[in-house]
Ligand binder design. Structure first.
Ligand code: 6GU
Length: 241
């Protein structure tokens, strides 16, 4: 898989050499290429933004540098262009798994109040386009979002963690539930004990306890996941007639 990043802040992507993505690159599973969008702006100040038509606050990213960058990168029908934007579709584990099947992704990281809509429309005429949001809050730009998406996608690449891990990760909430709490040694620590059931050696009781904890957590933190229509695991809901 080849991943390209178009940004006016290339330094944001230094972490790609570290940790998980760096390991994947070392294994030859993925290639990262970071590009400064200003290199495709040719006025004296390498401007990439301008005032919005129709008025209003803030600046809009100009189309020309993006178009030239797409040309230079050879963005084509075999490419997925990801625009990171708070107006995008919500990112989740399912979308990460979908993106992990692509051969090439170009991350277009917007800044200011957004990118001229024609850039997205144009990209859609030559490539697959996904507009993706990390969640319902606003970041200053799409760079951190692109890094987060990268990490979620790269760890799913076949051969990265072994197949067992990728299978388990197909849904972030296994069985539609959040993870149960986990413990390791020592058995007592600062007045807190490991729950006795986990040291009982009774695998049936351990499994039951973990399931109950997962349900409790999910009810408290993510009640939306408990609604059957939101499990969305691909299993058709069959109702008695
Ligand atoms: Cl993908 N971009 C920006 N700028 N803000 C966000 C976001 C993305 N996801 C959540 N907030």
């Amino acid at each position: 898989m080849r991943l390209d990043y178009l940004t006016i802040f290339p330094d944001f992507f230094a972490p790609l050499d570290l940790s998980l993505p760096g390991k994947a690159a070392d294994k030859g599973l993925v290639e990262f290429h970071v590009h400064d969008l200003r290199g495709h702006s040719h006025d004296k100040h390498h401007r990439v933004d301008d005032t919005p038509y129709g008025g209003g606050a803030g600046m809009v990213m100009k189309p020309e540098p993006w178009g030239e960058a797409f040309d230079a990168l050879g963005v084509d029908a075999g490419t997925t262009v990801v625009f990171t934007t708070p107006s995008g579709e919500p990112f989740d584990q399912r979308l990460a798994a979908d993106l992990a099947t692509r051969g090439r992704i170009v991350f277009a990281c917007g800044r200011y109040e957004g990118i001229d809509q024609r850039v997205i429309d144009h990209a859609g005429e030559r490539a697959e386009v996904r507009e993706i949001s990390l969640g319902d809050y606003v970041l200053n730009g799409g760079e951190v979002a692109a890094l987060a998406i990268t990490e979620a996608v790269v760890r799913l690449l076949p051969g990265f963690m072994g197949n067992a891990a990728s299978l388990v990760e197909e849904s972030h909430a296994e069985g539609g539930l959040l993870e149960y709490p986990v413990y390791t040694k020592p058995p007592q620590w600062r007045g807190h004990d490991v729950p006795a059931v986990l040291r009982s050696g009774d695998h049936g009781k351990v499994a039951a306890w973990r399931h109950e904890q997962a349900v409790r957590r999910t009810a408290e933190r993510r009640p939306d996941l408990l609604h059957p229509s939101q499990l969305d695991d691909g299993t058709p809901i069959v109702r008695a007639t």
